[in-house]
Write a protein that binds this ligand. Structure first.
Ligand SMILES: [Zn+2]
Ligand SMILES: [Zn+2]
Length: 435
């Protein structure tokens, strides 16, 4: 089937399925990548990323924040590639979740008053809490009501009780939310612009406001956007130099809120949207990549591809990449640097992404000590992360059967990465930067 889905919820917020199960299904459908974007919660990301490695699908870490703006109900900000360990973001998320708990309790009280008047059975809040896991949301209440038989369906529960009796939840201001995403290293993207207001002129006004406040992308594929809608929003985004994203807003629950991997009309979100998003993410990051077995045929091939795709000069000899200090090939650390080029890359499919941002170092030989030394070099170079790929790297960490070794320049440690060519850069990056 192909395609990507960059807007998916799990039971860490108001979705039904555990993160690993969502990722497993996405991989089973043949999706190229999936992003977990739970409401006000990043706790499912580690599980999802690990499942991505297991099932061979790229998982983009994400989050969806509720934003307060001019009385509009559905201003939601997606944050892609956020570091969930960022303390600032975590504080915001905790605050948002705490306020959801209080709001959920008050909302259930209000609904119970109405149910009592109607002579219907009352909701047990403990059941809502149990279903909700961490983030208490209205679909949880709707699900409990439907399971109890108080309403025939979840949409009906919304129509009759949850919408008319709604209580506002605590939200971040737009700029506050954008800054929280950016501080956590993420890319802020406006979700479902068509749900904010039906007035398209108003949408444009909002989009201009948001772009001025630092918005970087717009969701232009969504479960209820027709092809014409998508085209409309695509033009708006391109005019404002915004990245394009898209997703189903899948929540489980028999696809009431969207069908995994599909948008309106059964279309898929094209995977071409992913690379510009990643490029934007990698823009200010430095990467150091070493490829073991330099003289092997496969290494030569990778090197040729790098040069071709990036336009980098192939430098035979002992030069070291632009932006990185010179490394002495004869250094006692045992680094045998055969070649370095101006720009870097990791796997062939990722070559273009890192254009002009980093350097590749091909090593003839890399044992564990050399790998650790390389981590130190990467650290001195100010690289955000380093990877060692190639036939020799497997033995760089004892007992490892991985095809790559991920070095953490900060701590100078090396860890095996059980990756394949399908587990691409963001997964590797995740394991490096976030441990
Ligand atoms: Zn939303
Ligand atoms: Zn959503």
């Amino acid at each position: 089937m192909g395609g990507i889905d960059l807007h998916v919820h799990t039971n860490q917020s108001d979705g039904e399925l555990p993160p690993a199960e969502v990722v497993r299904r996405a991989a089973g459908m043949g999706l190229r990548a999936v992003s977990i974007t739970d409401h006000d919660c990043s706790d499912g990301l580690a599980e999802a990323m690990a499942a991505g490695v297991e099932h061979g699908i790229e998982v983009i870490p994400g989050v969806e924040l509720s934003v307060r703006h001019g009385g509009f109900e559905q201003v939601h900000l997606l944050g892609y590639f956020v570091d969930q360990r960022n303390p600032d973001l975590e504080n915001h998320l905790t605050e948002l979740r705490d306020s959801r708990l209080g709001r959920g309790k008050r909302l259930v009280q209000k609904i119970n008053q109405k149910l009592a008047q109607e002579g219907l059975p009352l909701i047990d809040f403990a059941q809502v809490e149990k279903l909700a896991n961490k983030v208490i949301s209205r679909p949880h209440i709707a699900k409990v009501m439907t399971d109890m038989g108080v309403t025939p369906s979840m949409p009906e529960a919304f129509r009759k009780y949850l919408v008319p009796l709604n209580i506002q939840k605590h939200k971040l201001g737009f700029e506050e939310a954008v800054n929280a995403v950016k501080k956590a290293g993420g890319i802020p993207v406006l979700a479902h612009p068509n749900l904010i207001t039906a007035d398209r002129r108003e949408q444009i006004r909002l989009l201009d406001d948001f772009t001025r406040a630092g918005l970087k992308g717009l969701e232009v594929y969504y479960n209820n956007m027709t092809e014409r809608d998508t085209e409309h929003y695509r033009v708006l985004a391109l005019e404002r130099n915004l990245l394009l994203t898209g997703g189903s807003d899948f929540h489980g629950f028999n696809n009431v809120y969207g069908n995994l991997g599909r948008v309106h009309g059964g279309r898929v979100v094209p995977e071409e949207l992913l690379n510009p998003l990643k490029e934007s993410y990698f823009q200010n990051r430095k990467v150091l990549v070493a490829c073991g077995g330099f003289r092997s045929e496969s290494a030569e091939k990778v090197l040729d591809s790098i040069c071709m795709l990036t336009g980098a000069d192939r430098i035979d000899g002992r030069a070291v990449a632009q932006g990185f200090p010179r490394v002495d090939p004869q250094s006692p650390q045992g680094l045998h640097m055969d070649i370095a080029i101006k720009r870097i890359v990791v796997l062939e499919s990722e070559l273009k992404l890192l254009r002009g941002k980093s350097a590749a170092v091909f090593c003839r030989y890399l044992d564990r000590k050399s790998a650790l030394d390389l981590a130190a070099v990467a650290s001195r170079c100010g690289a955000d992360f380093a990877l060692v790929l190639g036939p020799e790297s497997a033995s760089a960490v004892e007992g490892s059967e991985s095809t790559a070794v991920v070095l953490n320049p900060e701590s100078g440690t090396a860890a095996p990465y059980a990756g394949t060519s399908r587990n691409t850069l963001s997964n590797l990056l995740y394991f490096t930067l976030r441990g």
